[in-house]
Design a protein around this ligand. Structure first.
Ligand SMILES: Nc1ncnc2c1ncn2[C@@H]1O[C@H](COP(=O)(O)OP(=O)(O)OP(=O)(O)O)[C@@H](O)[C@H]1O
Ligand SMILES: [Mg+2]
Length: 493
């Protein structure tokens, strides 16, 4: 289905300001459809004046639809639906006419011109499925009266009001709670749902005749309500705005649309929505995030303690071999700690891996003389990785870097220039490929990927193949040295 903008561009002569007005109208489209119990279709006159294009459509959530099919994108030539022509040519609401019959459903059509800067830029057709009409209750009468006020405002160019636009994501709908106030901000009608919302705030009486702003101010403690100006403007129905308020148990969003007739303020439609559950979930999410970060922080601390204990023990051991083994363990524990430290600072499920990789590179060249003879460089970016993948990949990278440092540049090697280890990550179509190159002495002649693995490469292949579901390959690097290639699938972009 073409979008409003696409239709405007390809078929009409409307400019940006016109489109902005139409979008402002669309923002409250659902409210008008619900109050009318009717389907709304926005028809835009085409460039050549030959007819109208259906640019947008909204079904009511309060009653049966008059359109089983979508009409957006269809074209009606001038003369086919005279009410559209009349609304445009005479710039007035057109109500007369017998019901139309569509697939055995009687539909009453009204057309509402949308004026902007002295000309009619569109026509809204309001289509009511008459089979859905019951003996009207007070609720229905109040809805319809408010819908009539709003459509009259559209036709006179008072709606949508200039500049303002509610973009609250949790904006209330008519069914959430509807209150109609008069010019003084007194309630003339409150829907049963609106009453329930106020019951939850602790009000047991009726709302009729109450000044909504005063009543709400009494019910809501100062720290849980907006500033006085906002409160009286929104609840008094004087500003086209929304606000959030509540008490310790209940959270509400209140949205107000002032109504005017003949240039005079005649009251407002105030929608209220109980968002207590939404807000509770928001809070729970926040605490869950904080808890997870706190856990990562503690795991990191614990790992650092373990590393410190091992280091202490390594110092007391005389056997060089045993000491080396312990120092390696210190390093492995340290690389996991680095990941947890990064995770403890992230809120998201993903972590930027570049920083981790750089810190691991610094860590492996940190010990002994390696640092003086070697540089570790990263070319390219890992991007964001899911947290679990980050931990495994950090271990893998540590082992590969450590091998390059340890085996690529043996102490008895008397090369003159500094060695260079390059880490080259690459994200392609749902995969991460990491190349670790060293320009050292290369793999031993008798190296066999199946049998020459000690603990380090065993860890690597287990993590890459089982944990990350990828592959690892070790071979000679063109130009000398060793190349390790890790290729793993990564979900996120
Ligand atoms: N970058 C490299 N350059 C040269 N040889 C390498 C390189 N990477 C691995 N090797 C060879 O592969 C062997 C196995 O590596 P692996 O990491 O499994 O064990 P290790 O490094 O000997 O011991 P550790 O278990 O402490 O890691 C090494 O002993 C080494 O001979
Ligand atoms: Mg190793």
């Amino acid at each position: 289905m073409p979008s409003l903008l696409e239709l405007v561009r390809s078929h009409t002569a409307l400019d940006e300001a016109d489109v902005a007005l139409l979008q402002g109208l669309m923002a409250d489209w659902q409210i008008i459809a619900d109050l009318s119990f009717a389907d709304l279709v926005l028809w835009l006159p085409d460039q050549g004046g030959e007819g109208f294009w259906a640019a947008a459509q909204m079904r009511p959530t309060t009653g049966p639809t008059a359109y089983v099919d979508d009409v957006v994108g269809s074209f009606v030539p001038v003369g086919r639906r005279p009410m559209l022509d009349q609304a445009r040519d005479q710039a007035r609401l057109v109500r007369e006419g017998d019901p139309e019959w569509r697939d055995d459903v009687p539909v009453r059509v009204e057309t509402i011109p949308v004026p902007h800067r002295g000309r009619v830029i569109g026509v809204i057709a309001r289509n009511t499925n008459l089979l859905g009409i019951r003996t009207p209750s007070r609720l229905e009468l109040s809805y319809l009266q408010t819908a009539a006020d709003l459509t009259a405002m559209i036709a006179s160019g008072d709606f949508p009001p200039p500049g303002q636009r509610s973009d609250h994501a949790d904006s209330p709908r008519v069914g959430d709670g509807f209150v109609r106030v008069d010019g003084e901000g007194r309630v003339t009608y409150a829907s049963p749902n609106a009453l329930s919302v106020y019951r939850r705030l602790g009000w047991s009486g009726d709302l009729d005749g109450r000044v909504l702003a005063d009543l709400t101010r009494d019910l809501v403690p100062p720290r849980r309500r907006p500033d006085e100006e906002t409160l009286s403007a929104v609840l008094g129905g004087r500003a086209h705005r929304d606000t959030e308020l509540g008490d310790d148990q209940v959270s509400l969003i209140v949205r107000s649309i002032p109504l005017r007739a003949g240039g005079e303020h005649i009251g407002a439609l105030v929608l209220v929505r109980d968002v207590t559950d939404l807000r509770r979930r928001d809070r729970e999410l926040v605490t869950k995030d904080t808890t997870i970060r706190e856990i990562h922080h503690r795991v990191k601390n614990n790992l650092q303690t373990v590393a410190a204990l091992l280091r202490l023990q390594a110092r007391r051991i005389d056997s060089p071999e045993a000491r080396l083994a312990l120092e390696e363990a210190v390093r492995r524990v340290g690389s996991i700690a680095i990941v947890h430290e990064t995770l403890s600072q992230e809120v998201l499920d993903e972590v930027g891996f570049d920083e981790i990789a750089d810190r691991l590179g610094a860590m492996v060249t940190d010990v002994g003389v390696a640092g003086e003879r070697l540089v570790v460089r990263r070319e390219g970016s890992f991007g964001l990785l899911p947290n679990e993948a980050a931990t495994a990949l950090a271990m893998v990278l540590t082992e590969l870097l450590q091998n390059a440092v340890e085996h690529g540049y043996p102490d008895d090697d008397d090369r003159s220039d500094a060695g260079c280890i390059v880490v080259r990550p690459e994200r392609i179509a749902g995969r991460l490929r990491v190349v670790v190159d060293d320009d050292g002495v290369g793999l031993p002649e008798d190296f066999d990927p199946d049998t020459s693995l000690n603990l380090g490469l065993s860890i690597v292949s287990t993590l890459v193949e089982s944990e990350l579901g990828g592959v690892i390959e070790l071979r000679g690097r063109p130009g000398g040295g060793t190349r390790a290639v890790v290729d793993v699938p990564i979900e996120h972009a």
